[in-house]
Write a protein that binds this ligand. Structure first.
Ligand code: SF4
Ligand code: SF4
Length: 371
């Protein structure tokens, strides 16, 4: 219970202060919802009240002026209320059908100087929603690839499916720029994952000065790091660490604890593609994604090999899946061997799980194929 009379600015306010009136009134008493057209939904309450939602794609990075514009739209049409979905879509909600057309028209005429939509409407139903993603080179310290670049390049390719319902079922794409995975790559239909392929570089000269050696040792989930005395080029012996490369899984946890153990490497870093995951239990139980492309280099600024592979997977899924089948339901039905054939992807030994450390067998779940 909060202390009486205490005023604090720690943490956000309780979300129920921000409900639109119609949602506050009908909380927990909703009857059903339907998608009226791509990007437009209606939720109907038991009382007969309706909420109409217009969903828009959000920008990968938002400036203060862009957020101000979002707030202005909410003030103008939605009594100052709006919500973001977990996939960074912006949802504007109104309480009657006659307000929907004005809202849609206003959103559609807001464009960037080059002519592209600021607030593209879509992202619902049997199409592609916004990509859930992580921070990338602009913000985080352990990325093996960029989030803004890969997400923008992919979304530009699949934008027509953001505005359309031509696919057999919804197709969720996610992106995480390292395997610490602040995204949802383990459970999305198609996922982009940044992947390091080399162990950390050890900056012995500074390691003991900027890090605590026991903390660096403790940070490693595979016990690959041990304390070591190291002789520098000037003959001085310092406290540092040694890494058993064969135990390293390139996760970057040590770099999180110790800035003298950086992992980024131009040749070593790149992208893994995964496919077939989902959280829904419709048709089949939830599934983990599987690694289907073991490595693609970071081809900045547009990652063409990555977008080509994603496009091919989507086109084959659109052609081959039955209505309502999610990506993983389709691959399970036709068999993964056929999936690799039709998507023209190589099945290599890199896709097979050969990790055999006894300490991890009891709980470890893998995203790779097993023998
Ligand atoms: Fe940082 Fe990894 Fe999260 Fe990307 S996925 S934001 S690199 S911790
Ligand atoms: Fe251990 Fe991960 Fe660092 Fe490798 S990258 S040494 S597995 S903490």
């Amino acid at each position: 219970k909060p202390m009486e009379g205490r005023i604090t600015d720690i943490g956000p306010k309780h979300y129920d202060q921000f409900y639109p009136e119609v949602i506050k009134k009908n909380k927990g008493k909703w009857s059903h919802h339907e998608i009226l057209e791509p990007g437009v939904l209606v939720h109907v309450a038991e009382s007969g009240d309706e909420v109409f939602t217009v969903r828009c794609g959000g920008a990968r990075l938002m400036s203060a002026t862009h957020i101000q514009e979002i707030c202005d739209i909410a003030d103008k049409h939605c009594d100052g209320k709006l919500r973001f979905t977990t996939r960074n879509n912006i949802e504007f909600m109104v309480d009657s059908k006659d307000k929907v057309d004005a809202l849609k028209a206003d959103l559609s005429q807001r464009k960037f100087p080059g002519g592209s939509y600021k607030f593209p409407i879509g992202g619902t139903g049997a199409g592609i929603s916004n990509i859930v993603h992580t921070q990338g080179w602009i913000h985080c310290h352990t990325p093996a690839t960029d989030a803004s670049g890969t997400v923008k390049a992919t979304m530009d390719e699949v934008f027509s499916d953001f505005q359309d319902h031509r696919l057999p079922a919804k197709l969720k794409i996610s992106m995480a720029c390292c395997l610490n995975m602040c995204g949802a790559v383990h459970c999305s239909d198609i996922a982009i994952l940044g992947y390091h392929r080399k162990p950390p570089i050890l900056d012995h000269e500074y390691l003991d000065k900027v890090c605590e050696v026991p903390l660096a040792v403790a940070s490693c989930p595979t016990a690959a790091i041990k304390p070591a005395k190291v002789e520098l080029a000037n003959g001085e012996t310092v406290n540092s660490v040694a890494v058993r490369d064969e135990r390293c899984m390139y996760c970057g946890n040590c770099y999180t604890m110790c800035p003298s153990m950086p992992l980024s490497d131009k040749e070593g870093d790149g992208i893994v593609l995964m496919a077939g995951g989902k959280v829904s239990n419709r048709i089949s139980a939830p599934k983990f994604s599987k690694v289907v492309v073991a490595f693609l280099p970071n081809e900045t600024p547009r990652w063409p090999s990555m977008t080509n592979a994603i496009n091919k997977m989507i086109e084959e899924y659109a052609k081959g899946a039955r209505k309502y089948e999610r990506f993983g339901d389709w691959t399970d039905r036709i068999g993964w061997e056929r999936f690799f054939d039709v998507c023209e992807l190589d099945f290599t030994h890199h896709l097979i799980d050969d990790f055999r450390d006894a300490a991890y067998q009891s709980w470890r779940q893998t995203t790779q194929f097993k023998f």
